[in-house]
Design a protein around this ligand. Structure first.
Ligand code: SF4
Length: 315
């Protein structure tokens, strides 16, 4: 049987290639909000975003970043005999604070066993000031910088419907800015937003490949009880595609996505409490198996349909 390493470029292999051994990401919480929630751009946030942002796995932001890092990394170190780590500033918008505060938060976790820093943010919350601060950190501590951008959909009409507060243009702008600094970019996308179809899925793979991003994280939409998305779901105003259709979309996405892009996450996980809908009530690994099995059955590999860049009509 063809193993998953041959189907798509997986993240754990990338980390071993890059750092010579297994590396573990340690989630850290420093931000409690974002401009789409605190009134700067809006107050409701994205219509699927719950009170925790993406932070159900993190410790409280009241604990110093260095303390959060030490607690979690010591636990992982004992459990998996891990030596190298990437602190991951995960929930809400981690560049949405004064740049000096941002720099102080990041610098304190640049310890001896840290090989990189991952920072999750919105495309409209990164500019040259933050990128210069990160360039300093990279130089001073000799670590790699990974920036994770939430995009969710390339369909700018869907972005409006989910109240993202930015369009596709801001995303492209941030990718181009970050590229100038040579930092790695990983993009978060949801392939089953109710207003998107398979054409949006394919276009998403094509746009990310054309922009030469470095990684992607896929997530199926989950519906947190206390959100506008939950209201739409309960009133029957939105439908969620079935699991088989979702698997088809992921397989097509991977077929069109450049083979160089690392799949940091194939199937997302979410807490079941406070949610109305998560992963069709299946374990994440069942969905992963379904995706991989369909790739095997159809003879699909990541990038097999990525023939559209660099002057397709001339080929
Ligand atoms: S940008 Fe992120 S943190 Fe802000 S509302 Fe949207 S999903 Fe939530």
């Amino acid at each position: 049987m063809i193993n998953s390493k041959e189907l798509y470029r997986n993240y754990s292999d990338y980390l071993v290639e890059r750092f010579g051994e297994k590396v573990y990401k340690i989630p850290i919480s420093i931000s409690g909000t974002c401009p789409n929630r605190d009134g700067k751009l809006g107050t409701g946030g994205c219509i699927f975003c719950g009170e925790e942002g993406a932070g159900h796995e993190t410790l409280s932001k009241e604990i110093l970043p260095v303390e959060q890092f030490k607690r979690n990394s010591q636990y992982i170190s004992k459990r998996y005999k891990a030596n190298k780590f990437i602190p991951y500033f995960q929930d809400f918008t981690n560049t949405y604070m004064p740049v000096e505060e941002f720099k102080k938060n990041i610098s304190q976790v640049c310890l001896e066993n840290v090989v990189g820093i991952a920072i999750s943010t919105r495309p409209d919350c990164i500019d040259k000031k933050y990128l210069l601060a990160l360039a300093d950190i990279q130089k001073n501590f000799g670590i790699k910088i990974y920036i994770e951008l939430g995009l969710q959909s390339v369909n700018y009409k869907t972005l409006k419907k989910i109240n993202r507060g930015h369009t596709l243009a801001e995303f492209i702008d941030s990718v181009l800015m970050i590229k100038e600094f040579g930092f790695d970019i990983c993009v978060h996308v949801i392939l089953n937003l109710p207003w998107d179809d398979i054409e949006d899925t394919i276009e998403c793979a094509k746009v990310l490949s054309a922009l030469k991003v470095d990684g992607v994280k896929l997530h199926a939409l989950y519906i947190d009880k206390n959100t506008k998305m939950a209201e739409l779901f309960n009133s029957g105003d939105i439908d969620i595609i079935d699991l088989e259709e979702y698997v088809d979309r992921v397989v097509e996405f991977l077929a069109y996505l450049s083979g160089d892009i690392v799949i940091q996450r194939l199937v997302g996980r979410a807490p079941e409490e406070n949610t109305l809908f998560v992963n069709w009530n299946r374990s994440w690994w069942i969905i992963k198996d379904m995706i991989e099995n369909q790739m095997r059955a159809k003879g699909i590999r990541q990038g097999i349909k990525c023939d559209y860049l660099g002057g397709k009509a001339l080929k």
